[in-house]
Design a binder for this molecule. Structure first.
Ligand SMILES: Cc1cc2nc3c(=O)[nH]c(=O)nc-3n(C[C@H](O)[C@H](O)[C@H](O)COP(=O)(O)OP(=O)(O)OC[C@H]3O[C@@H](n4cnc5c(N)ncnc54)[C@H](O)[C@@H]3O)c2cc1C
Length: 369
């Protein structure tokens, strides 16, 4: 079989790329995923937050695609009936953390985040009576989204463009031809099938470095950082209006154990951060983590009782390994200069990948078109 484009990975990124290509071209596209349906990887195991973009280094890809993607996402979801709620968020701190909050706020200004202000204890109490904090950054443009609804719309738009999907099929080999590539795919019976394509888009999430390595060992490598969630009992349902975040966890390069809401108003805390050295996908949420969640949660939630917490789900972040920088940028590159025309790698697409998905999809489609 010969295709113009093969996309490896049907997560929110691969689907968004397919959608954007279908909107601009009639090229033949095959999307391959090792699972039995789309959206079974990182994209179904996250906080479902539409981020503002205030955390990221100015001029980084994360800052660019998050801020562009946020606006595109709200607009797209409105047009396609995907559930979102622009509930806003508070990043809270105690008196000794005010300078850190100000530093973050100034970073937000550099990234042109709209509707942002620093507020004091009284205003915090008037917005969220159950929150303990001396100071906070209020951000109005943050929201929550149904990721599955979003992916379903991307999938159906891509299907309307007559794209082909191959599930339960794992990409295990990649060879460069004089023009294009041969891809080895292992099907569910263990047999190897081959397809040929001019373009390969590697959006394989947790295996994106493995796919890149099939052709060259010098592309970036990722480490796995697992994040677990604990839910709060039903008595907390409706207790909060906004998402509540502590200051970021710089050691793990994450946003810290925060409080988020879902479509029904239920409350969860997470994600925690644990390195998985052997890079095996393991989604068990250990009961013993309750102490960590209670200790972190009670720092900013009034009257939190340990019995209110119970284990929920987990996800794994694909973090590019960089000893000097715990918050590395996305790696998104057409590898033409390295001798691989037609190969586009997307490696380390951790948070805010969901928020950035439409902007990234559009960018890749423009590169190809
Ligand atoms: C705990 C956590 C919380 C997060 N919270 C947020 C948030 O609130 N807001 C936000 O914007 N972002 C958030 N993110 C980031 C966001 O979820 C990701 O950036 C995004 O989902 C990545 O999508 P993807 O398509 O790259 O990866 P995936 O969804 O993992 O898709 C990759 C696909 O590739 C397939 N695949 C892998 N290897 C192969 C192979 N060899 N052959 C064939 N198929 C293969 C997989 O089965 C998978 O379906 C969070 C991430 C985590 C882990």
């Amino acid at each position: 079989m010969i295709f113009n484009i093969v996309i490896v990975g049907a997560g929110v990124i691969g689907l968004s790329i397919a959608r954007a290509i279908g909107e601009r071209t009639n090229l033949s596209v095959l999307i391959i995923d090792k699972e039995d349906d789309f959206g079974r990887g990182i994209s179904s195991r996250n906080s479902e937050v539409i981020h503002s973009g205030l955390y990221y280094e100015p001029n980084s890809l994360k800052a660019k695609y998050c801020t562009e993607g946020r606006e595109l996402l709200y607009d797209y979801c409105k047009r396609h009936n995907v559930w979102t709620k622009q509930c806003g968020k508070l990043i809270v701190g105690s008196a000794h953390q005010i300078s850190e909050l100000e530093e973050l706020f100034n970073n937000g200004l550099k990234n042109s985040i709209p509707d942002m202000k620093i507020i004091g204890k009284k205003e915090i109490e008037s917005i969220e009576s159950k929150i303990i904090a001396d100071s906070a950054i209020y951000i109005g443009c943050t929201g929550i989204i149904s990721t599955h609804e979003l992916m379903s719309v991307f999938y159906s738009e891509s299907q309307k463009s007559n794209h082909d999907y191959l599930f339960k099929s794992k990409v295990v080999g990649l060879k460069q031809l004089e023009s294009g590539y041969i891809i080895d795919i292992e099907n569910s019976l263990g047999d190897i099938e081959q397809v040929t394509s001019n373009w390969i888009i590697n959006s394989a999430g947790l295996e994106s470095d493995f796919i890149a390595e099939l052709i060259n060992k010098d592309f970036p490598k990722i480490k796995f950082v697992k994040g677990c969630y604990f839910k709060l009992s039903s008595k907390w349902k409706g207790a909060f209006k906004k998402l509540i975040y502590p200051l970021p966890d710089k050691e793990h390069g994450t946003l810290g154990i925060h409080l988020t809401l879902d479509q029904s108003g239920s409350v969860k805390l997470g994600p925690s951060a644990h390195w998985i050295e052997d890079k095996k996908e393991n989604y068990k949420v250990d009961d013993d983590l309750i102490d960590l969640f209670y200790d972190e949660g009670k720092l900013y939630i009034k009257d939190l009782d340990k019995n209110d917490l119970s284990p929920d789900y987990s996800g794994i972040r694909p973090k590019i390994w960089d000893e000097k920088n715990s918050m590395p940028d996305f790696y998104i590159n057409h590898e033409e200069e390295k001798g691989y025309p037609g190969l586009i790698n997307l490696i380390g697409i951790e948070s805010p990948g969901l928020t950035a998905s439409l902007a990234i999809g559009n960018k890749i489609a423009e590169m190809i078109n």
